[in-house]
Design a protein. Structure first.
Length: 238
């Protein structure tokens, strides 16, 4: 289990992170309460096969280039919703079940369903199509990140994720004091954590190989297997 308190103790250790955390903590109380109460458990049990099944259940998203939809920023980030759904169900749902859950669950309605319906009422048919595409795209993005998490954990790496780490400290995933970016490229958190003592270390998985699985383009398992072996060599040298 990974709790918000553990995340705060680990990452809220520099002047920059304290500023970010205090600013966020004094903001929208309903968002703060949800994220601080969240416990990551089920998300760490997800397997690559479960992710691939969820990818195959999702429709292919179309364009989201309607300004009112492209710039839409509900109070709760999509990652808050997705983590809530996974932990409440105790597993990763496919797209139809995810959509049904967000319509039925009181907290998920407050976080996503109701705000989406409110903005949907203000746009035309093209805007409503773009809104659906936006949510589908966000769902697939979550699946891509969880796929990386699942493959690396399958190799014995204790990779962790939590909405507080993502939202406030810009940490997508981590193993001990090693910060990972599941999507490759630069680290969002480096400017916040660069002055931490003891230091954090940042690694790029170097994702360059992808596989189309249903509606999602996932980093290939072969590439992630090599990345996992490389990380194990760093974290557990012979």
């Amino acid at each position: 289990m990974t709790t918000a308190l553990e995340v705060r103790r680990l990452f809220n250790v520099t002047q920059e992170t304290r500023f970010h955390f205090n600013h966020w903590f004094s903001g929208r109380k309903h968002v703060v309460a949800q994220v601080m109460a969240h416990e990551s458990v089920a998300v760490h049990r997800i397997t690559p096969d479960e992710v691939e099944a969820a990818c195959r259940s999702a429709p292919r998203p179309g364009p989201t280039d309607v300004p009112d939809i492209r710039d839409w920023r509900p109070d709760h980030a999509f990652t808050h919703v997705a983590h809530h759904v996974v932990e409440t169900l105790g597993r990763l749902p496919g797209w139809p079940e995810f959509r049904e859950f967000c319509a039925a669950d009181e907290r998920a309605r407050d976080m996503l369903w109701t705000p989406a319906r409110e903005v949907s009422a203000e746009v035309g048919p093209r805007g409503r199509a773009a809104l659906r595409n936006r949510v589908v795209s966000d769902f697939l993005g979550f699946l891509r990140d969880v796929h990386v998490l699942a493959v690396l954990r399958g190799h014995g790496l204790d990779v962790r994720v939590h909405p507080l780490a993502d939202t406030v400290f810009k940490v997508d995933a981590w193993v001990g004091r090693l910060i990972l970016n599941p999507r490759g490229g630069g680290q969002r958190s480096e400017d916040l954590l660069v002055h931490a003592m003891p230091p954090f270390f940042f690694t790029d998985l170097g994702v360059t190989e992808f596989t189309q699985v249903g509606a999602a383009l996932l980093p290939s398992r072969a590439h992630l297997d090599r990345a996992a072996r490389r990380l194990l060599g760093v974290l557990r040298p012979a």
